[in-house]
Ligand binder design. Structure first.
Ligand SMILES: [Zn+2]
Ligand SMILES: [Zn+2]
Length: 315
């Protein structure tokens, strides 16, 4: 199969690798869409490697035995792995599994982890069936595009009575805006990049604040009746972002972090009576219907936030 490899600083190419093999409850998926997440860091920094990508949607082409999916099924491939046996995995929280497993060792295959590739492998219970009326492009947003912020919305109970503040309007933050807007909330963004800010406004984000403005917090306060946003989502991973959100969320409000940024002082959490949530990924055991319903209801927004598409040959 063809696989994307980074070969130097801002250099990459397609290379040939063996097709992955499967065993047990593993399934081989032909990848048809692979959203770009954090891989550009490796490209920019020139970290050589041929195991890129953790997001995919595609078609099941092989099962090793009886499986929860069939050859021909259209599926979203959940990122990461889980043992499938611990309390967390059994509750649909495989992303937090504390029992590491190595799919390549289990299947005796040198390839299959990367999604910038023609094929990948995954356990059958970590594949989410795609409803017939949803395209691969839209369904693939159930990975990092919409997934972590969907979890943030669920954890914070976002609805149309809320003003939601989202820091960072990259692919994950824009997905947060899509999720919050779908639930009827008013959304305010924090973003310095003009292209991203314009994209956010075009899907209905009410205002975008530049975090480099010295009065950024004052602007947010002006937009929220002087109290701060009801609920906040951090997606930028900027060091200063969580502390800014803690100051810009109303007393007794909620703050969910998707980003892995800097600290929030306990004194501010207590002083403002905040509830803090960690939102890494979403629970596909509990919420597949709600996720697919979100995608179905936001197709026109997703068509704007999916800004570029390339065949793998143009990597
Ligand atoms: Zn991702
Ligand atoms: Zn587990």
């Amino acid at each position: 199969m063809k696989v994307v490899a980074i070969t130097g600083k801002r250099e990459c190419e397609l290379v040939d690798r063996p097709d992955p093999r499967i065993k047990g409850n593993y399934v081989r998926v032909k990848i048809l869409v692979a959203p770009m997440c954090t891989e550009f860091h490796q490209y920019r920094d020139g970290n050589p490697g041929d195991c890129l990508g953790h997001e995919a949607a595609g078609e099941v082409v092989e099962t090793a035995g009886p499986a929860r999916v069939n050859v021909g099924d259209r599926v979203v491939v959940m990122p990461q792995n889980g043992c499938g046996k611990c309390r967390l995995c059994l509750a649909g929280e495989h992303i937090h599994c504390q029992t590491p497993i190595d799919p390549l060792a289990i299947c005796g295959t040198p390839t299959g982890r990367a999604t910038y590739a023609q094929y990948c492998i995954q356990q059958d219970w970590l594949l989410v069936p795609i409803p017939e009326d949803l395209s691969y492009d839209h369904a693939a947003m159930a990975c990092c595009g919409l997934g972590p912020t969907f979890n943030a919305m669920e954890l914070m109970g976002v609805d149309r009575f809320d003003t939601v503040l989202i820091s960072g309007l990259g692919p994950v933050g824009l997905g947060g805006a899509v999720n919050a807007l779908f639930r009827g909330a008013r959304v305010i963004g924090i973003e310095a990049n003009a292209y991203r800010a314009a994209l956010a406004r075009s899907i209905g984000v009410a205002a975008v604040i530049d975090p480099n403005d010295p009065d950024a917090r004052a602007q947010i306060m002006d937009l929220t009746g002087g109290l701060g946003a009801d609920k906040s989502v951090e997606t930028s991973s900027a060091q200063a972002a969580p502390a800014l959100l803690a100051e810009a969320t109303r007393p007794k409000g909620h703050l969910a972090s998707v980003g892995w940024g800097g600290p929030i002082a306990a004194s501010r959490i207590v002083g403002r009576g905040l509830t803090i949530h960690g939102a890494w990924h979403w629970n596909h055991f509990l919420h597949t219907d709600r996720m697919m319903h979100t995608i179905r209801g936001t197709k026109s927004m997703l068509d704007r936030t999916i800004t570029h598409q390339f065949p793998m040959s143009r990597v």
